[in-house]
Design a protein around this ligand. Structure first.
Ligand code: HEM
Ligand code: HEM
Length: 138
């Protein structure tokens, strides 16, 4: 569930970022940079709750339990994920509810930074396990 939701939410988020910040429209009067930009935005918003729900699903038995047990393995990457989760989710929703343009830009900045770090942290959290398996095999 976590892999699938990260793929869907992170995937639509990265494609949307590419369309917003890197694609240049061919028509100088276009209001969107890419013809599929609105659909990508809608998809991102529609799949986002799946990641929020899945994080809630693993919260008690994985996150809270590993922390309470004093688990050393993957601790740093796991705690990075914990600290990024709330600002990433909250900023996503504040982008939509902020009226003032300055605040909207602030929340977009927070969302891009925390979401980017989340994806890197998530990959690192998985890679730590792979590294351990390799060293045990050796
Ligand atoms: C996992 C990595 C994620 C990436 C790479 C990502 C990327 C993005 C990008 C590029 C934007 C557009 C910012 C702009 O308007 O300039 C955005 C907006 C948004 N994101 Fe994410 N995001 C991620 C995770 C999430 C999560 C977990 C949520 C759940 C709350 C979420 C909810 C939203 C919402 C609601 C918007 C506002 C859409 C709008 O009205 O324009 N995102 N995201
Ligand atoms: C929101 C935070 C977190 C998320 C989304 C997350 C996600 C994951 C995922 C997807 C796996 C791989 C499971 C598999 O391959 O079957 C994993 C494994 C692991 N994580 Fe986390 N994790 C989080 C927080 C933490 C924390 C805080 C710790 C430690 C204090 C931790 C320690 C571990 C350990 C030891 C493993 C390997 C053993 C296992 O699967 O339980 N994680 N985590």
């Amino acid at each position: 569930m976590l892999h699938v939701s990260n793929l869907l939410v992170g995937g639509t988020g990265l494609v949307y970022a590419w369309m917003l910040y890197l694609v240049k429209p061919t028509d100088p009067y276009a209001v969107v940079n890419h013809p599929w930009q609105p659909q990508t935005q809608h998809l991102h918003i529609l799949v986002a709750p799946l990641l929020v729900f899945t994080a809630g699903l693993v919260w008690r038995r994985h996150v809270w339990a590993q922390w309470k047990r004093g688990m050393e393995e993957r601790r740093r990457s796991g705690l990075s994920l914990v600290s990024l989760l709330v600002p990433m989710i909250v900023s996503g929703y504040l982008i939509q509810t902020s009226v003032d343009d300055r605040w909207r830009r602030i929340w977009v900045g927070v969302h891009l930074a925390t979401a980017g770090l989340w994806l890197l942290g998530y990959l690192a959290h998985q890679a730590m396990g792979y590294r351990r398996v390799k060293s045990v095999q050796r």
